[in-house]
Design a protein around this ligand. Sequence first.
Ligand code: FPP
Length: 225
Amino acid sequence: MDGNGRWARERGHPRIRGHRAGAESVRATVEACGDLGVEFLTLYAFSSENWKRPEGEVQALMGLLERFLKEKTTEMAERNVRLQAIGRLTQLPQRCQKALHRAIERTADNTGLTVVLALSYGGREEIIDAVKSLVHHVQAGHLDPAMIDPDVFSKHLYTRYYPDPDLLIRTSGELRLSNFLLWQISYAEIHVTPKLWPDFGKQELYDAVADFSRRQRRFGGLTEG
Ligand code: FPP
């Protein structure tokens, strides 16, 4: 969800105003995905590298996340949205962890769109954690190393309960992956939009999905997989 800072700077506002506007785009995108029948939406809300930002910005982002979770859980529950999270969640402030776990519990039985928040998330860290988990299983005698293949490996990632993404949307025209779902996006289609995240809404999501629907997916083969 890139571009909150630039959006604020263009208006002469502090960066946090951009993040606040970004939270509104989250609401609009969740709603639009629900309307379109999307099953899984993963939002890169806070990366493992974002901890390096000034303390004031980190605190403001954590406060925004906590408020969002407290204020929007009822709306999510009403929309049959199931909330989940991936990342090194124990690094989040206690108040955020509490709000997050409450929201996850309250929406656990919902059967519509699953929204996965990536928080304190890094793709490399996730792969390292998967390797540690595999080693642990091997050492405990539960896993024969010869059996490790992509399917087995995937079962040790934070995303083991979710399918790989079909579509990756990158805002602000950035042409980088920024440590996001590095394993899982191997065959994702990539849609880059120049729109800054606070300017991303329903129409932009529809445009991205329309772009996706025109792609010929081959998964390395010659015909559609
Ligand atoms: C990147 O923009 C954005 C973030 C690091 C934070 C994203 C957070 C939100 C959209 C709001 C809170 C999230 C939820 C789920 C309520 P940037 O700051 O890097 O922008 P810039 O590249 O223009 O500086």
